[in-house]
Ligand binder design. Structure first.
Ligand SMILES: [Zn+2]
Length: 191
């Protein structure tokens, strides 16, 4: 039997992600108006982090049915990203998906906390670009490639930087927040 999420759980996941896809490299809005005035268009899904039923992606037999359909086991994604995580379980691990969820909820929180500041005259594109340059100001991008510990460390730095630019939150290798600013969607001239 599938441990499906309740409508309330789906709604909670949707709202905790700020209504956007929780893949930090995506963050696509997932809902909008339908032509019929009392309906909405939704392209988001409440995806299971560990599968809803045996045989599904990332299934965990050690958790209960209740835990399987709890908010903690869900992530809000756009349809494309939901398909993506289920097509390659080795790449999209439970740990990675949980990290996406944490980063996206943090980004959604920054959005509501910083909204007024972002829309006042004190923040402009120059400040955001300055944040981006801070993101690139790290040893992994400056040492000669031969001095960098491994390709893996370099790849990790690239990944962290892309996430920082998308979410406005730069973290070190251990997940601690180094700088907070605004993601690229705040750039006025960003296309
Ligand atoms: Zn997505």
């Amino acid at each position: 039997m599938r441990d499906n999420f309740s409508s309330k759980t789906k709604d909670t996941l949707f709202k905790r992600a700020g209504g956007r896809c929780s893949n930090p490299n995506c963050r696509k809005p997932t809902s909008g108006p339908h032509t019929e005035t009392n309906k909405i268009v939704n392209i988001g899904v409440a995806a299971h982090i560990t599968a809803a039923e045996k045989g599904g992606p990332r299934y965990d037999s050690n958790i209960t049915s209740e835990e399987r359909k709890a908010v903690e086991n869900g992530i809000w994604l756009c349809q494309g990203c939901a398909k993506l995580i289920d097509s390659d379980e080795k790449r999209y691990t439970v740990d990675l998906i949980k990290k996406w969820k944490e980063i996206s909820e943090e980004a959604a929180l920054l959005d509501i906390e910083n909204w007024d500041e972002v829309h006042s005259k004190t923040t402009n594109d120059k400040e955001i670009i300055r944040f981006f340059s801070q993101c690139f100001d790290r040893p992994a991008f400056q040492d000669k490639f031969s001095q960098e510990g491994s390709n893996e460390a370099f790849d990790k730095a690239i990944e962290d930087t892309i996430i920082a630019i998308n979410t406005g939150c730069l973290r070190d290798r251990n997940g601690n927040v180094l700088f907070k600013s605004y993601g690229k969607s705040y750039l006025l001239d960003f296309e």
